[in-house]
Design a protein around this ligand. Structure first.
Ligand code: NDP
Length: 375
């Protein structure tokens, strides 16, 4: 028997109130088609906290299967596992391989897991040479979302004649504009944009001091951001003339806006979009709604879309696998950096309170990176 520990919740609420650490044992008799996994690393994403709070777009089913006093749910949607045992009927995985969940809702905040129908429910990381668990654990949600949003709504690459890698100062081509640019998704969009020759205008929250803000701007520029602005600079009246000169009076259109934040910042994206531009909303970090100004919608013929990775992946499972494989390969070539994380060690002795606080802390903002459990 394998002794395992898992975070669970049996009712919705703040993570520090409702999460519990549950110990159980896993039988060596695996069902056909299943594998036994040991967790290597698992991040805490904003959506994990929202799911525990009961305010996410989909509510999980509380299940009696774990043997907790009340039916429960295992939080966590992303992570990387090592395969420790394989039963008959599994063809894509061997002992020692690394694998990541193929869909969200897997329950990753636990030391071990049994994955049934492993060929379908897991994506093997064919070769993990040169990769760290932290990189692989965070590839399937943020980088994958950035990739799809840059590619699936408007053909920015075709509209962009300037190759960033050749000469960033060359005028010409289309732009994308994003708020929440320092988020996991934002940092991934910057890097993919650079690889694909796209120019980007990136909006961040200012830090406590000018020097820290400048350091953050410099770090995004080094990832490949063309322009980085604070929210205050973006909302300032002077931005319209900055935009005019960046877009050469609209000749280089802003065709795509990625909205992570909502509120005033989202309305400013609407104003900055060029005719026939598209705004894709994927997050609401400020928890503020935003105005959809009528004039720009009509006279610029704008398009508004919502992106939800889970649903996209359900509809396009093969594409999700391919997207992840492509990003993993970029990481192996040293062309793509994972977002910074704050590692939290989880071993047999780690106390429940430490784990709960690490989950709670993820939405507390101005962190050096999101929480990542390493095992
Ligand atoms: P991270 O945990 O990496 O980063 C969170 C970001 O949000 C930080 O950059 C932080 O800014 C910023 N932020 C926090 N509070 C505010 C605020 N009040 N105003 C402006 N910015 C704020 O996030 P992820 O990249 O994992 O996720 C970002 C968003 O995208 C979340 O809302 C998440 O749910 C969503 N998401 C949605 C997906 C989908 O399918 N729709 C898929 C993936 C993510 P700072 O850097 O200044 O601290």
């Amino acid at each position: 028997y394998t002794q395992a520990k898992t975070l669970v919740f049996s009712k919705f609420g703040e993570p520090s109130d409702v999460l519990h650490l549950h110990t159980h044992s896993i039988s060596p008799q695996l069902p056909e088609g299943a594998v036994l996994l040991r967790t290597l690393a698992a991040p805490v994403n904003p959506s994990d906290v929202n799911t525990i709070q009961g305010i996410y777009g989909v509510k999980p089913q509380f299940s009696p299967l774990l043997g907790t006093p009340e039916p429960s749910v295992i939080p966590g949607n992303e992570g990387v596992f090592e395969v420790v045992a394989v039963s008959a009927g599994v063809s894509t995985l061997r002992r020692g391989d690394w694998a990541i969940p193929a869909t969200t809702g897997f329950g990753t905040l636990r030391t071990h897991a049994v994955a049934e129908h492993a060929d379908r429910t897991l994506i093997p990381v064919t070769s993990h040479e040169g990769l760290t668990p932290a990189q692989v654990a965070t590839v399937s949600i943020n980088p994958c979302s950035a990739y799809r949003m840059l590619r699936d709504y408007t053909d920015l690459i075709a509209a962009s004649v300037a190759s960033f890698s050749k000469d960033p100062s060359t005028p010409g081509g289309a732009w994308f504009l994003q708020n929440g640019a320092n988020s996991g998704v934002g940092r991934a969009a910057i890097q993919l944009g650079r690889l694909w020759g796209l120019r980007s205008i990136n909006v961040i929250r200012a830090r406590a001091t000018e020097a820290e803000t400048e350091a953050l701007k410099a770090s995004l520029t080094s990832l490949g951001a063309t322009v980085v602005l604070t929210e205050a600079e973006f909302l300032d009246r002077a931005f319209s003339s900055t935009l005019k000169s960046l877009t050469r009076d609209g000749r280089d259109p802003v065709l795509l806006g990625l909205n992570c934040v909502g509120g005033k910042s989202a309305s400013a994206i609407v104003r900055a979009l060029s005719p026939k531009g598209t705004m894709v909303t994927y997050g609401g970090m400020s928890r503020q709604p935003f105005m959809f100004p009528t004039g720009p919608q009509i006279f610029k013929r704008l398009r508004f879309e919502g992106f939800w990775l889970s649903e996209w992946a359900r509809e396009n499972p093969g594409e999700k696998r391919k997207t992840i494989e492509e990003i993993v390969a970029l990481m192996q070539d040293g062309k793509f950096e994972a977002a910074p994380v704050e590692e939290v060690k989880w071993d047999w002795e780690t106390k429940e309170t430490v784990l709960k606080e690490a989950v709670q802390g993820t939405l507390e903002g101005f962190r050096s990176g999101k929480g990542l459990f390493v095992f």
